[in-house]
Design a protein around this ligand. Sequence first.
Ligand code: DAS
Length: 327
Amino acid sequence: MTNLPHIQVFALGGTIAMASDNTSDANAGAVPNLDAEALVKAVPELAEIADITAKTLAVAASANLNYSKISDLCKQVEAGSADGYVITQGTDTLEESAFLASLIYQGDQPLIFTGAMRTPSQLSADGPSNLYNAVLTACALEGGVYVVMNGDIHDPWHVRKGHTSDVSSFTSGEVGPVGYLVEGAVHLRTHEQQAPLEPLGSNQPKPVALLTASLGDDARLLEQVIGAGYKGLVIEAFGAGHLSEAWADAVETIAQDIPVILCSRCQNGTVFERTYGYKGAEIDLMSRGLVPAGQIKSRKARLLLSVLLADEQQDWHARFLAIKASF
Ligand code: DAS
């Protein structure tokens, strides 16, 4: 027993836990194969700041994570007795896992997601420092869900992976990170995190499609959405929320059956609601039943809608608008 905080590390795989499985083939490539114990053992400095326990929940590339894995993770954390939790996973979907956790996690202890842009065997691997910083953050904070990468602390509602290889790939767009780590100390600026949604119980999130508008596309894929069984649709529209006339017509039909959220394929900015009046622009699309997402970005809007639709007794639209207004 020490007086150090107890931090539980849960590993889900990803580049931070990847090495080649094939010693005879130099070109075989990295695969997830390191467990949570190995990740912790590789950073002996952790023993100076926390009493760590480590458990492997998955050894996966993050493209294979899904709602049930993140939901199981949140349940394990809620049932645990550690002072804080660090989740290691692949960076490809880290922004979505952390966001989903921020919607459904009902616990009081901090839940810190991290990963690595470089495998442990690459020069200047960033996994060890990211893990160390994530544990420091879990020790310092009193609650909340955050992403710690490259010395920055991000709110899951804003964070995104913006570069395929740079260690500073994770940014929070116009709002910036909520904090940073330097000289072993956590600096967090005053900010308010969105509260989690009400517990889902046995309700399951509904399938929601995400489609991106692109120049000259004739909407034939869009027309398949309803037949494919989706219960909601998020559109990444051009600019401030604009579609071609062909897409506007197709989407109107879809919006008669299922919720359709209007996002932008731009990285930054708010979806407009009252500026452009041509066919396919935001005013027209709203009159056809589309719901503009404000500043909520498409991948987050998709997960949010999917979870809101889980509870069929509640009005998803009113809840979406309230969240959008508070964001
Ligand atoms: N691109 C890898 C990563 O950064 C793989 C993954 O996301 O699992 O972790």
